[in-house]
Design a protein around this ligand. Structure first.
Ligand code: 5AD
Length: 343
């Protein structure tokens, strides 16, 4: 466990709302970056993202990979192809691979994922983060036993009505708890480092609910916070909806959330996300990495597969994977006084 000091800021919902809407956030970004230097030094952790498959059984209203999008290109990588991505992460000295896929338990069975985790750990020594959606306690227990270190499952929004609206068929839990929170708590008890997060700027989302999202990060004692702007996808119901959002899906607002997440969870790992780089390919990374974020997740999905994993349009590095090139990243880190540390 990290030392108790520095402590999480005792923010209230009203404090957070004020910080989210203040006319200027420069002081907030500076404070969050200083805290990140205190808790993480000048290290940036790189996590190699491997997008295993675009086949998805869910029909989330915002996601381009939703089952009903008949125009989406579907693919699934085989185990050797996945192992090759993990070897690349090893060669590049990343330290961690993130295995993410559309939800499809038939494809990503308990046994297959456990075997993949064992092979990756045994053959490449990389740590393994799983991001395979909503799964049973028995599945995540088996994967933990096989050596999986971390699990990412965004709760997307703490607003229950909005969550239910954008996730058709979402499980109803006894007591009405947010369906993904139960899984996050279970996985924490199983010994995973847990990551969660939200999209900002969803139609119908309120500023107050984002303040509550941030408080929930602290309440869950998240080890990782992944958060990005919502990007409308024209081939989804939400992408075609005109409902406005009180929440701006901007670089400034996303970075305010990184900064507040840092102040609420001083030791958390917070990536500057692909969605942020997508809305500002020139300055997004830099803005993220100077407002509290300390992780970057280069995409290691083979170039010929990337076009299939379009959760939102314009996703960077789909047409030009070299935009994600390591030399450009290292140059940026040097400019910011940061350095890559394998972890
Ligand atoms: N815009 C931004 N982020 C999205 N995600 C899914 N669809 C979109 C979109 N249209 C995010 C969700 C999911 C993660 C893998 O991608 O937060 O958890």
């Amino acid at each position: 466990m990290p030392p108790e000091c520095p402590k999480a800021a005792p923010w209230t919902e009203a404090d957070l709302l004020a910080a989210l809407t203040a006319p200027d956030a420069e002081a907030l970004f500076t404070r969050a970056h200083a805290l990140r230097l205190q808790t993480k030094g000048n290290a940036v952790f790189l996590r190699g993202l491997v997008e295993l498959s675009s086949i998805c059984a869910r029909d989330c209203l915002y996601c381009g990979m939703r089952r009903s999008n008949l125009n989406a290109h579907r693919y699934a990588m085989d185990d050797d192809e996945i192992l090759a991505c993990a070897s690349l992460a090893q060669q590049l000295d990343f330290g961690t691979v993130v295995l993410q896929a559309g939800e499809c338990p038939q494809l990503w069975t308990r046994e297959r994922v456990a075997e993949l985790v064992r092979r990756i750990k045994g053959e490449t020594g990389q740590r393994v983060t799983l991001s395979l959606g909503e799964r049973s306690e028995a599945d995540t227990a088996a994967w933990r036993a096989a050596g999986a270190d971390r699990y990412l499952l965004r709760f997307e929004t703490s607003d229950r009505a909005l969550f239910t609206h954008i996730h058709p068929g979402a499980e109803t839990t006894p007591g009405g708890e947010h369906p993904r929170l139960a899984q996050l708590r279970r996985m924490k008890a199983q010994g995973y480092e847990i990551g969660s997060g939200v999209m900002v700027g969803l139609p119908g989302q309120t500023l107050r609910s984002v303040a509550r999202d941030l408080l929930l990060f602290r309440e869950l004692a998240l080890d990782m916070v992944g958060l990005g702007p919502y990007i409308p996808h024209p081939e989804t119901p939400l992408g075609r909806e005109a409902t406005p959002s009180e929440v701006p899906a901007t670089v400034d607002f996303t970075c305010r959330c990184y900064a507040l997440a840092r102040l609420l969870l001083p030791h958390a790992n917070i990536p500057s996300t692909t969605a942020l780089s997508t809305i500002d390919p020139v300055h997004g990374r830099e803005r993220g990495l100077t407002s509290g974020a300390n992780v970057f997740m280069p995409n290691l999905t083979p170039a010929n597969r990337r076009e299939g994993y379009l959760i939102y349009p314009g996703k960077i590095c789909v047409r030009a994977p070299e935009a994600d090139s390591l030399s450009a990243l290292h140059a940026l880190f040097a400019k910011l006084g940061l350095r890559h540390v394998s972890a």
